[in-house]
Write a new protein. Sequence first.
Length: 145
Amino acid sequence: MHTTMQTATQTPAPYAAHAAHAACITAAKAQPQPRRGKGRPVGVVAKGIRVKAWRTMRALSQTSPWFTLGDLLDIIATGREKNAPSNLLKYLSVLERHGILERRPARDHSAKPMGPGVVVWRIAQDLGWYAPVWRQAQKLLWNPN
């Protein structure tokens, strides 16, 4: 009967590939990724609430063009965002100010007939997949498309 003993320094055969893979991943994480100026590394996609809102608005415009702030929050907000309604309302008003969104002339009073109503928007100019970026410091709306 032939038996083999492994020493403490040897890696068992089934785990050797895993150890090599882990070492490769660790080495890859240590290397800095190339950057475009001051922005995020190449290949990293933005996943903020405004990006999600823009992509949701584009998707909603395919089925029913009109949407409210509540519609967007119901779809994209997870509850972990800090002050999501205020953040989205600022973004929607900037897009409206620049002519990208259009407000319905009459407010929707279906939820509360005696209330102030709900503002309803639609996309007037579909700029493409990438969300327009509002740069507060420069007071500039940048279109990355």
